[in-house]
Design a protein around this ligand. Structure first.
Ligand code: HDE
Length: 681
């Protein structure tokens, strides 16, 4: 469906050439031979052994036997979509990157979201960072912005990445736990590598359990460089800002979602695109003149530090819209190969030691994951501009390079393919002046691990702080080793004594007796309380039994839909429920097939006390949604259900007689996302 709506672009045209529709065709072997029988292998007699000669059986089985490839070492569980990017105005002053010059121009993109720790089939609501990788298919070559939804990282030097990942992944002796950081080795790593403090604060915050891929920010993390036509460079940090705002679920909900719908995030993205609710993100940049490199109390090359937005504002420079689902997850999402080293003229690297190491790792990992050096020829990875060089051969080579010459310099092909000058678009590395001794060391300017962790804590609202305290208490509560628990509590005493004391109490550890970093500054941009709040695309469960007030319910549903809210009808069984005035509703879900965690809000229409099963299940559903701070509304009979335990008096619970007034207040409650000032009964 999304195919028809999507305008075509150079990447879609290119992919079309490789897309095949097998429907309505005759079955053939890979050699094109038509097959006459596909149910039975070739045998010596109907009860006899299978014959070696059966080439069709052998080909089919051999291909099947090799259908899997190694999953990504990290970010294995991911989901992707196609889209487009447009810049708002020319960024010429800062960068010569072609795709950032002309607001009329649309650049095709492919974006993959992922969790980090879990395997390919793991639940999507793990407490984890999310990958946010974008491949821009520009006319100057592919540019990959391979980011996360958290702006800082656990470590400062790439050489520690294998250690971090070994500690985070399931423990090697028993391969437990899957997609979770709540185990001894991860926290042992944290306590003994204290540069992780800031990122751990983010990982224990609501950012690590997003409501949707459509509702999370993205960050390039490292400091990069913009370079303009004149060769002048500025430092730059990249941001993606979701148009729907940044929202999260609560931890109890996340854990339940992993069982009720482990595909919750991909389903959400897939359905939004199929419905034409195209996810949008604005590209933001923080730009810093080279002269200001040393003006801060942190080192701008340190990837455990962010640039507070209040000090260096984020300039929104363009918008990305995801408007087409993939045709085939393996061919596109699984085979896509991102690499932070895929840059275009006008974008360059900084000396961040984490980034420098990443520049090696990504190609290297694809060699084993995608089986050889020709993965750039896979349709999803091909640039939309031509590419020519003297690389040849290797497993799975698809290009048929003509001619006798595959070396440079040569005279037989007039010394071509030849390097391009800068004015012809040749990439020139920024000529940063370098000098120094060869050392295995870290700059002293990277040594403060706690100030920004405290800044993050200071910036959180009270509910966000409570969620973090609970997250730490959950994770440490799962540890078997009391010494690791104590080390972590002591470490986070450096960030906030309030946090560490409360966590120590929850896990039975000793209260740390140090002092925290003393930072009092906060950054409002870091709190999700200050994000955009909109009702769009929120899902509402409408709990209905028969004999409801047809006119009223229809009025409410019409108003919800007018605000792009998605009501879905839930009842005791599938089929039709009938209300007054001949109004009928088709039931989308039963209490067996749906659960409150799959919805953003609940609208209760019926009470139906006489139907005991319905009443019991509806009550459970409502209480669960209430305990997750979700908006609740009721009209008519439904009000009785909300009167239990005085739920109806709580914030975010809407009960009104007048249809219009009810709809307005309920939509407002939905826009608020969650109602934290509610006392959970
Ligand atoms: Fe990655 N990372 N990473 N990473 N990373 C990979 O590449 C690596 C880091 C990120 O959707 C791997 O193709 C090192 C930071 C994303 O396909 C691997 C270091 C950030 C994805 C790799 C880092 C990221 C990856 C595994 C420390 C945020 C998924 C599979 C120096 C800015 C890409 C693959 C996708 C994937 C290495 C740290 C983001 C092994 C060595 C910091 C979003 O190459």
């Amino acid at each position: 469906m999304s195919d028809e709506r999507n305008q075509t672009n150079s990447k879609q045209e290119q992919l079309k050439e490789h897309t095949r529709d097998d429907q309505g065709k005759k079955l053939t072997t890979n050699q094109g031979l038509k097959v006459s029988e596909d149910e039975f292998s070739l045998k010596a007699g109907t009860r006899g052994p299978t014959l070696m000669e059966d080439f069709h059986f052998r080909e089919k089985m051999t291909h099947f036997d090799h259908e899997r490839i190694p999953e990504r070492i990290v970010h294995a569980r991911g989901f992707a979509a196609h889209g487009e990017f447009e810049v708002y105005e020319s960024m010429k002053e800062y960068t010569k990157a072609g795709f950032l010059q002309n607001p009329e121009k649309k650049t095709p993109v492919f974006v993959r979201f992922s969790t980090v720790a879990g395997s390919r089939g793991s639940g999507e609501l793990a407490r984890d960072a999310r990958g946010f990788s974008t491949k821009f298919y520009t006319e100057e070559g592919n540019y990959d912005l391979v980011g996360n939804n958290i702006p800082v990282f656990f470590i400062q030097d790439a050489i520690k990445f294998p250690d971090l990942v070994h500690a985070l992944k399931p423990e090697p002796h028993n391969e437990i736990p899957q997609a979770a950081s709540a185990h001894d080795t991860f926290w042992d790593f944290v306590a003994n590598n204290q540069e992780s403090a800031h990122m751990v604060m983010w990982a224990m915050s609501d950012r690590a359990i997003p409501r949707s891929f459509r509702m999370m920010e993205g960050f390039g993390v490292h400091t990069f460089r913009f370079v303009n036509e004149e060769g002048k460079s500025h430092f730059v940090k990249f941001h993606w800002k979701p148009v729907l705002g940044t929202h999260s679920v609560v931890w109890d909900e996340a854990q339940k979602l992993n069982g009720k719908d482990p595909d919750f995030h991909r389903r959400d993205l897939w359905e939004a695109i199929e419905n034409g609710d195209y996810p949008e993100y604005e590209l933001g940049v923080q730009i810093l003149p080279e002269e200001d490199e040393f003006k801060f109390d942190f080192d701008i090359l340190d990837p455990t530090k962010l640039w507070p937005e209040e000090d260096i504002p984020v300039k929104l420079i363009g918008k990305m819209t995801l408007n087409r689902n993939v045709d085939n997850v393996f061919a596109e999402t699984e085979q896509v190969a991102f690499h932070p080293g895929h840059v275009v003229p006008g974008i360059d690297f900084s000396n961040d030691p984490l980034l420098q190491g990443r520049l090696f790792s990504y190609t290297d990992t694809q060699l084993s994951r995608l089986g050889g050096p020709n993965f750039h020829e896979l349709p999803i990875n091909r640039p939309v501009c031509p590419f020519h060089n003297n690389q040849r051969d290797g497993i799975g080579r698809q290009t048929i390079n003509k001619g006798q010459v595959s070396y440079h310099n040569n005279s037989l092909a007039a010394n071509t393919p030849e390097p391009a000058s800068e004015s012809e678009g040749g990439y020139k590395h920024y000529q940063e002046k370098m000098e120094g001794h060869k050392v295995r060391a870290r700059s002293d300017s990277f040594k403060d691990h706690f100030s920004q962790a405290t800044l993050f804590w200071n910036s959180m609202s009270k509910p966000e702080k409570d969620h973090m305290t609970n997250a730490f208490s959950f994770e440490l509560g799962k540890l078997e080793n009391a010494s690791v628990q104590q080390q972590v509590v002591d470490m986070f005493g450096n960030v906030s004594m309030e946090l560490a004391t409360n966590v120590a109490y929850a896990v039975g550890a000793n209260t740390p007796n140090g002092e925290d970093s003393g930072v009092t500054k906060s950054s409002p941009a870091l709190s999700q309380e200050n994000t955009k709040k909109k009702p769009d695309t929120r899902k509402v469960a409408v709990i209905v039994h028969s004999d409801f007030n047809g006119e009223k319910v229809r009025g409410v549903l019409t108003r919800l839909k007018a605000d792009n809210i998605q009501p879905e009808i839930l009842s005791g069984r599938l089929g039709i429920v009938k209300g007054s005035e001949g109004i009928e509703l088709e039931v989308d879900h039963t209490f067996l097939t749906a659960d409150s965690v799959l919805f953003d809000a609940v609208y209760v229409v019926s009470d139906a006390k006489e139907d005991k099963a319905f009443y019991k299940q509806a009550s459970y559903f409502i209480h669960e949604a209430f305990s997750h701070f979700k908006p609740l509304g009721a009209t008519g009979e439904g009000k009785k259900l909300l009167k239990q335990d005085h739920i109806e008096k709580s914030p975010g619970v809407v009960i009104d007689e007048d249809t219009e007034e009810f709809a307005t207040n309920f939509i407002q409650a939905i826009s608020a996302h969650r109602h934290w000032d509610r006392e959970v009964v």
